[in-house]
Design a protein around this ligand. Structure first.
Ligand SMILES: [Zn+2]
Ligand SMILES: [Zn+2]
Length: 357
């Protein structure tokens, strides 16, 4: 019997009309989801098989969720993997996902997102969730108080009689330029997430950066003098914090993640659009990170291959090739090859309040 005729058949299954174009191929919804999910599945293989760990024990992975497009889509994909993994009786033990949320209202001027926290727990029941505040950094990273005081210099006095919220916001407002603010926030967030991952005995941190974000981060890091951190901030492998960093979305573009999210209304409900979290709208107030992200998003749509090349090249940087006896910046953890006697790396030093104005 001849098959059903389609006006615009999917090139993979030929059994449905195509819903959209993926890398010049017309695909139906199911084949699209399968294609993008497989890219992530391959990247998680190592943890699914967990060959290095003890037999029959799941390894624990920490997953920071920002409610942004990339991390929400990645969580959705990984949860589907967990469902499949748990439904097979003889499958390898695989991994557990410990999801960490830094409540966005403690970082940006947005309302507290309780609805989001309720929704993720309902959508992804196979994961465990913890919600913390940005200012919990004082409890989770005990030496941060001292590091902040040194970093901010004499002008800044940390008043421990104040609440942690007030102390953190006093420190953040001592940083003057948009680039330095984003840079410092990013270093603090990493410290907080790493501390939580260690507290929960996680083996690795699974970051939700898309290919576009990794390309933007690579370019921004070089522009900010953070070349030495490019390795662990965009490449898979060991970080200076003694935990593996992994970026399973590295083969997917932001536009592809947006299409994926479009197929799941529950994801659209959950995701906070990036624009809402970016307070500066005038180009002159944008940080280098935001500028690079805009550049990659606009140029990446025109020349996707170029952006892919940026991250592929950066991923070839091998963390294990770094000499092990170098000292590390006390603020951001970057290795300091030629700055052995300094406390802060070149890039962090440039973000310090006394110097960044
Ligand atoms: Zn199809
Ligand atoms: Zn540093």
């Amino acid at each position: 019997m001849p098959g059903k005729e389609f006006l615009d058949p999917c090139v993979d299954c030929r059994d449905a009309d195509a819903a959209l174009t993926l890398r010049r191929r017309r695909l139906c919804k199911d084949c699209y989801i399968k294609f993008v999910s497989y890219k992530v599945f391959k990247r998680m293989e190592k943890y699914r098989l967990n060959r290095e760990g003890p037999r029959n024990t799941r390894c624990k992975l920490l997953f920071p969720l920002s409610y942004g497009l990339s991390s929400s889509v990645l969580l959705h994909m990984l949860h589907c993997q967990l469902e499949t993994q748990r439904s097979k009786p003889h499958a390898p033990p695989g991994f557990d996902l410990e999801v960490l949320i830094i409540e966005p209202s403690t970082m940006y001027s947005v309302p507290q997102y309780d609805a989001g926290f309720d929704l993720v727990q309902k959508l992804f029941p196979l994961c465990t969730f913890t919600r913390i505040s940005f200012h919990d950094i004082f409890d989770l990273v005990p030496d941060i108080q001292e590091t902040m005081s040194h970093f901010a210099g004499d002008e800044f006095k940390d008043d421990t009689s104040k609440t942690n919220t007030e102390r953190l916001s006093a420190f953040r407002s001592s940083i003057t330029t948009a680039t330095s603010k984003t840079d410092v926030d990013r270093a603090l967030v990493t410290r907080l997430i790493v501390a939580f991952a260690k507290k929960t005995d996680s083996l690795a941190i699974i970051w939700g950066d898309s290919d576009s974000r990794l390309a933007a981060k690579t370019l921004a890091n070089v522009a900010k003098g953070r070349g030495s951190s490019v390795t662990w901030q965009v490449a898979d492998g060991m970080s200076p914090w003694g935990l593996e960093f992994n970026y399973p979305l590295r083969d997917l573009f932001t536009a592809e993640l947006r299409d994926y999210a479009g197929f799941f209304p529950e994801l659209t409900d959950l995701i906070i659009p990036d624009e809402q979290l970016s307070e500066n709208t005038l180009t002159k107030n944008l940080s280098i990170d935001e500028l690079m992200m805009r550049y990659v998003l606009t140029q990446g749509e025109k020349y996707p291959g170029v952006m892919l090349n940026v991250t592929r090249t950066a991923n070839k940087l091998d963390v294990s090739q770094m000499p092990s006896n170098v000292s590390h910046c006390t603020f951001c953890g970057a290795s300091m090859m030629n700055e052995q006697h300094n406390e802060f790396c070149y890039a962090c030093a440039r973000s310090r309040p006394a110097l960044s104005s």
